[in-house]
Structure formats: structure tokens, C-alpha cells
Design a protein around this ligand. Structure first.
Ligand SMILES: [Zn+2]
Length: 668
């Protein structure tokens, strides 16, 4: 057992007056991701979590006498911490284990935890106990926690009669199972394109070197991001890009059409039982943008600002296309990523490949850690702890001599591993014990010989790291259920999106971006990169608004007969380059499971991020006072205050779309 974690939990539980259960809480969480675990061990660990959570549930339901913060909210909060830690532990097993049986064991436990959570959310006795708490005189964070918790119970259907509650429980279980099936189909939906070696023309030399022909004389290109993205960006052959885009946009198709149809149908039934017109209305209630109509208005307002920018982008792309493909009538779906560097070269003398040589993974990682140290005055040092793969990296963050957070970087692709990038909170900060989190990413590994990254990959790294900083700095709240990234869901992306600005800052880049000869990235290259940055922003945002539209419309309309056709239509209401009729992206659009109707949150967070960044722009990106104010107002509170209040605390006013509009109006 991890003694440190156990000790911290004991201390916290002793404070909350439930010392008797502390040992069991500590034992349940135990160490993170034992490397030698087999499926049976993972299942046993799951059993321990489930019974520890069940024990708390039963105790709360059977509680009598006056309900108080200490006696009632504290054990409830511990139960929430167990669920969160469990979701982290088993989510990690599902994403990173080397073999399918262990990944499946992780996924199975997530379903069990979801079932349990749904049961808890429908527990009338527990709701009644929490509602009975006399919170008079409680601090505002505690009051907000209680309010949000009770509203959550109400939205889950706690007030329904027994038969309806039973049906809701059934629906939640079925939805959890279907969600896992949807994700699994995507994870197992990797496809491969075989091409002739000469069709790699245009790709960087290191990519070509890493893609040698097989025994049949052909080169294999997979739909995994590190394989797919460079081909879509650099391959000179339209045919290769079109063929690759086609298999990429048909991952998990048609299997997931059937799964999605069931998911959407059950979600609508759930909304109906709960007295809401549709699932979108239900899921939006506890967000900052809290109704479907407000989301539609947001998308329209953003499109009004982005469309003119997108048109300018389109014209520039088309002009370049005409140079290389005389007579081309329009830009095709599989040409946008490939045209982008060409336009950047022509209009801004910027070639992303010029920048690539300065971004070796090892340096980027060190640079990102150093940036945190410089901005926030903390130290980051290696953390000696077991790992599940030799390439996993582990660190701890120290503030004034005290460890305030621990984290894992699982940065590189492996067969079977989760294919995108995300941050997994593993432990909330408990008493003196720091929060723990993992970044799961798919970046190249090593130094300049093997680890060169696109600037966009550097941006992804910093973005995910931003979530982790939020988890670390916000991981010290009184209530575990308000720890870290527990703000309103549609605020969560804002801090990460804001942080992306730093990889366009020369002073930041100059500290880590060096090529293999030790030369620092030239200032004029960074200046050109900045000019090129705003190109395609309009085009890209319009596509993103299209995705947000897909996610919303599937959840507030009768189900279309042809999912692919509806998806393309909803996308193309906003996206400027239309999707060909072989695009079946709904089946690999992972957010349709996890985010359901609320993909707009990424765009809304961008509005907030742009707005938050205005203060850094004024006061300096590396101004430690501003960074300290930001940490205190935005990151440290975690979920203890409404997000709109966090923004007011930092900016001194309400959120505005003005910074976003100004960004879209930039015509470089
Ligand atoms: Zn994010």
C-alpha cells in the first residue's frame, strides 16, 4: 500500500469524524496502477472500490438524528472522492494497459462505477439526508457544494416515483454500457492504408525513414494520429490524402451507427421521464450556457464573427491551390490540412517544418515544466514511483518546500493505447496529501533524432498540461468534490486554451526550442509563426462550430434516418469546406458519447480563454504577479465558486465576446 496516501486519508477522515472507515478508504484507493496487475487483480480492486462506496451509501441512507456538515456531508464527500479516484484508476487501466484483457477489466469497472453513481443519484434517503443539513453559517464554498449536489440529485430523477426511478436506473446502466461499446469500437477501429513508397513524396525525411516498405513492397499508414496527421499535411498526392481521409472518417462505421441510435433513443427517453423536452435541455441545465436556445445563439454569434475570417482564409487557400493545381474549381475536404502550410509559406513566409526541428520531445517537456516554475514560482522534480511502462515519466510539484501535486506523463503511442490526448485526475488532494493526475498523450518520443514534434503537437501538450495544472493548484479545497477541474463543465477547457498562447511567445520558446545543433529558434521565425497563426482560424472555428451543431442537433431533434447524411448537413451549416458523402465521422466522434449535446463547450471556453488572456496581454505573459493572481482567482478555487464568478474575480467584470471578435477581425 502507498503509505503516504494512506496517511493522508487517515488524517482527513479523522478530521471529518469518520476515522473508523479511514483505513478501508485508504486500502481501497491503494497505490496507483500496479504494474503487474492482471485482470483478476483489477477486478478485485474494483470490488474493493464498489464495496467501500456501497458501505458509505448504506451508512448515509440509514443515518438518523440531525444532519450536519461533519456527520452527513463529510462522508458523502468521501464517497464522491472514492468514485472520482475509481474513475481515474480504472479509466487509466482502460486507456494505457498493454493488453486487451486488462484494458477490458478497466472498462468493465467504469461501467460498475457508473451504475453505482446512478444508484446514488437516485437515492431518495440520501437526498433527504443532504437536504436536511442545516448549513446556516456555512462558508460560501460549502453552500455552493450543497446547492449543486442537491440540484444534481433532482436532475437525476430522485423525486420520481419508484417505478420511474427504476427505469431511470436501467437507462443509465444501458447508456454506460453502450458508451463503452461506442468507445471500444473506435479504439478497435484502426484502419491501415497501403501505399507505394514513392507516394510518401512531400513527407519529412524522418517520417519516411520510420515508414519502410514491408515484404509486399508497400508502406503501411495507419489512422493513428502520428501516422495520419503528417500524411494529411505533407503528402503531395491528392489521391493518397483522399484515400486516407476516407478510411479515417469511416473508423467504427457502420458499427457505431447502430450504437449511437440506441444511445440517442435512450437519452431521449431519459429526458422525457425527467420532464424535459429533450436530452440537450437536460444536460445543459447545470452549465454556464444553460439552454439549447442559448447554445444556438452562441454558435450564431460566434459564426457572425468567424464567417468573414473564414471567407478570407478560403480565398487565400484557393489562390495557392490554383498555383499548384491550375483549373481546380474548389478546395476539397482532403486538401485543407495540406494547403495550410503552403499558404503559410506564401503569405507569411512560414513553414511549420522550419519550426519542427526546434521541437524535440525531451526539450519541449523540460520547457513546459520550466514555464510552470517561472510563472508560478514552484519547483518540479522527478518523482520516484512505479510506472506501467518504461517510457512513462513521473514528477512532483513543490511549492515553498511542500509537495503540492504529483503527476505522470504517458506521452507516447503504443498498440492498443488510447489514441488521443487527455488528462486523468487520479486522486484529489486530501489533507496534506497532494492531488495526483496523469497525462495520456501520443507524441513522438526522445531527442532530435526520434522526437521531433509539430508545433501543433507542442500546443496539445501544453493544453493537456493546463488541465493538469488546474488539477494540481485546485486540488487543495476543503471538500474533495470541489477539487481541481470540478467547475462547470463548459468552463473546464478555458484555462488550457488560454495557456496555448504561451507556445507563441518568443521569450517562452527561446528557453527550450533548440535544434540538434543547439541553435535557439530564431526570433523572426517566431514572428512569422505568429502572423501565420491567425490564418485559418476562421476556417477552423467554423468547422468546430459545425461539430458543436452536430452534437446539439442529435440531442434535440427526432432521429434522422441516415446519420451520416444528417451529420454532414449539420456540419456544413457552419463548415466552409463541405464534407464528401463518404464522411461518417459521427461513428468516430468520441464526444458524442462523453460530451453528448455539449461539444459547444470547446468554443465557449475559447471565448472565455480569449477574454482571460487580455489581462496577461496587458500585464505581460511572464509577469509573476499576474500569474499569481490568475492562480489564486481561477485555478486554486477549483469548483468552490460559480465559474462566472471566477472570471469576474480575475478580470473585474463579466465575460464578453469582444476579445474573440477582435481575434477574428485580425487580418494578417
Ligand atoms: Zn482540453
Amino acid at each position: 500500500m502507498n503509505k503516504l496516501i494512506a496517511g493522508g486519508l487517515l488524517a482527513a477522515s479523522a478530521l471529518s469524524g469518520t476515522a473508523a472507515s479511514a483505513e478501508d478508504l485508504a486500502t481501497t484507493m491503494g497505490p496507483i496502477l500496479a504494474t503487474a496487475a492482471d485482470p483478476a487483480t483489477i477486478n478485485r480492486k474494483c470490488d474493493a472500490y464498489v464495496s467501500a462506496i456501497e458501505a458509505r451509501r448504506t451508512a448515509l441512507e440509514e443515518q438518523t438524528g440531525p444532519a450536519t456538515l461533519q456527520k452527513t456531508l463529510a462522508p458523502y464527500d468521501e464517497m464522491i472522492a472514492l468514485i472520482t479516484a475509481g474513475q481515474g484508476d480504472f479509466g487509466l487501466y482502460q486507456q494505457v494497459m498493454a493488453d486487451k484483457p486488462r484494458r477490458d477489466a478497466g472498462a468493465d469497472c467504469l461501467v460498475r462505477l457508473a451504475t453505482l453513481t446512478s444508484k446514488i443519484n437516485l437515492s431518495r434517503p440520501m437526498y433527504d439526508r443532504l437536504k436536511a443539513i442545516k448549513a446556516t453559517g456555512a462558508d460560501s464554498a460549502t453552500a455552493w457544494y450543497l446547492t449543486r449536489t442537491l440540484q444534481g440529485f433532482e436532475r437525476a430523477g430522485v423525486a420520481l416515483d419508484e417505478a420511474k426511478r427504476a427505469r431511470v436506473q436501467q437507462l443509465n446502466e444501458e447508456l454506460a454500457r453502450l458508451g463503452t461499446e461506442f468507445d471500444d469500437n473506435i479504439a478497435n477501429g484502426r484502419k491501415v492504408l497501403k501505399i507505394k513508397p514513392e507516394e510518401l513524396a512531400g513527407l519529412p525525411a524522418d517520417y519516411v525513414a520510420a515508414h519502410k516498405p514491408g515484404a509486399d513492397g508497400l508502406v503501411e499508414i495507419s489512422t493513428d494520429t502520428p501516422d495520419y496527421q503528417p500524411v494529411m499535411t505533407y503528402a503531395e498526392s491528392d489521391d493518397v490524402r483522399r484515400r486516407l481521409a476516407e478510411i479515417y472518417n469511416q473508423r467504427a462505421y457502420p458499427a457505431n451507427d447502430a450504437v449511437l441510435r440506441q444511445i440517442f433513443t435512450l437519452r431521449q427517453e431519459l429526458a422525457t421521464i425527467l420532464g424535459r423536452p429533450n436530452y440537450a435541455a437536460l444536460i445543459l441545465e447545470d452549465k454556464m450556457v444553460d439552454t439549447p436556445a442559448k447554445v444556438e445563439k452562441l454558435l450564431a454569434d460566434m459564426a457572425a464573427a468567424a464567417r468573414p475570417a473564414a471567407q478570407r482564409d478560403y480565398e487565400k487557400n484557393l489562390a495557392v491551390l490554383h498555383e499548384v493545381r491550375p483549373g481546380a474549381g474548389r478546395i476539397e475536404f482532403w486538401q485543407t490540412a495540406w494547403l495550410s502550410p503552403k499558404v503559410q509559406q506564401k503569405y507569411y513566409a512560414y513553414n511549420p517544418q522550419d519550426a519542427r526541428q526546434y521541437f524535440a520531445y525531451d526539450n519541449v517537456r523540460d520547457g513546459i515544466l520550466k514555464l510552470t516554475e517561472d510563472m508560478f514560482g514552484v519547483d518540479i522534480r522527478p518523482w520516484n514511483t512505479p510506472k506501467w511502462d518504461p517510457l512513462v515519466e513521473t514528477y512532483e510539484m513543490v511549492d515553498h518546500g511542500k509537495v503540492i501535486g504529483r503527476f505522470y506523463f504517458d506521452s507516447h503511442p503504443r498498440p492498443g493505447k488510447y489514441g488521443h490526448a487527455n488528462m486523468i485526475p487520479l486522486r484529489p488532494g486530501i489533507g496534506d496529501e497532494p492531488p495526483v493526475a496523469a497525462l495520456v498523450m501520443n507524441l513522438p518520443a526522445g531527442d532530435h533524432s526520434t522526437g521531433l514534434m509539430e508545433h501543433s503537437q507542442v500546443t496539445t501538450f501544453l493544453h493537456e498540461y493546463g488541465h493538469m495544472l488546474h488539477g494540481m493548484f485546485g486540488g487543495h479545497t476543503r471538500w474533495l468534490g470541489q477539487s481541481g477541474v470540478t467547475t462547470e463543465w463548459d468552463f473546464v477547457e478555458a484555462p488550457s486554451q488560454m495557456l496555448e498562447n504561451w507556445v507563441y511567445d518568443y521569450d517562452t520558446l527561446a528557453k527550450f526550442a533548440v535544434n540538434k545543433d543547439g541553435q535557439t529558434i530564431p526570433r523572426d521565425l517566431v514572428e512569422r509563426m505568429n502572423k501565420a497563426r491567425y490564418f485559418n482560424l476562421g476556417l477552423g472555428d467554423m468547422t468546430q462550430l459545425g461539430y458543436a451543431n452536430i452534437s446539439l442537433q442529435f440531442h434535440q431533434n427526432p432521429l434522422p434516418a441516415d446519420f451520416g447524411a444528417a451529420t454532414r448537413q449539420w456540419r456544413d451549416q457552419y463548415a466552409v469546406v463541405p464534407a464528401p458523402d463518404w464522411v461518417q465521422m459521427q461513428d468516430s466522434f468520441t464526444h458524442l458519447n462523453g460530451y453528448s449535446a455539449i461539444y459547444y463547450t470547446y468554443r465557449w471556453s475559447k471565448v472565455i480563454a480569449d477574454d482571460l488572456f487580455t489581462r496577461f496581454e496587458k500585464e505581460g505573459l511572464r509577469n509573476p504577479q499576474t500569474a499569481a493572481a490568475y492562480r489564486k482567482a481561477i485555478l486554486e478555487p477549483g469548483g468552490t465558486r460559480p465559474a462566472a464568478q471566477l472570471v469576474r474575480d480575475f478580470l473585474g467584470r463579466d465575460i464578453s465576446l469582444d476579445a474573440y471578435r477582435a481575434e477574428m477581425a485580425l487580418d494578417q
